[in-house]
Design a protein around this ligand. Sequence first.
Ligand code: SAM
Length: 199
Amino acid sequence: MPSWIIIAFIIIGSLVALKLLFAFSLVSVFPITQGAMFHPSARVRVRTFLDHVPMEAGDLLVDIGCGDGRVLREAKRRYGIRALGFEVNPVAYTLARLRTLGMEGIDIRWRNFWYVNIRDADVVFCYLFPDVMGRLAGKLEAELRPGTRVISCNFPLPGWRHSEVLYPESSLHGDPIYCYHFPQALHYPDTLEDRSSPQ
Ligand SMILES: C[S@@+](CC[C@H](N)C(=O)[O-])C[C@H]1O[C@@H](n2cnc3c(N)ncnc32)[C@H](O)[C@@H]1O
């Protein structure tokens, strides 16, 4: 058999194996992620977030469900913050660890964020799924300190009033990014009614 056929088989086989591994990693953690699959934020979305949410060197940015860690890496480069990410998908976690090798001040943990207290955060970033946003609002209300900012990609926090909505300049990646100040986001009379109504 000519060697080019063998090489082609190896390449195609490797690609198929990688695809299968990726699919398996998504399915294996589905009961935890409840639909918030590993889908990294587009660069333009990360840039838009960082342009509009300045941070001080030393602030703690927590990405709950950090994927390959791109938000944390970019924020670290731009503002010199401390970065903490939680991830349960083994492929995403491995990528995040590899891509942050040698970067000081970025801590990536293979943890289910529902079981971690995030009270030390100065800024919380999330790109999750509508099914978990109500539960997440409750977790944030129980744990965050006054002055914390919360950024939610694509989906709002039920019952919270945003301070700003960002729309990245992109026809493909222009979905809203919701920005909140805690606890001001809760201080309006219809908060509890809002939580149960569709957004
Ligand atoms: C849509 S991706 C966003 C990744 C990253 N934040 C970004 O913007 O590029 C959501 C990530 O959250 C992770 N995730 C969902 N639920 C989680 C949980 N309970 N604990 C830790 N990670 C979780 C998923 O595995 C997935 O990688």
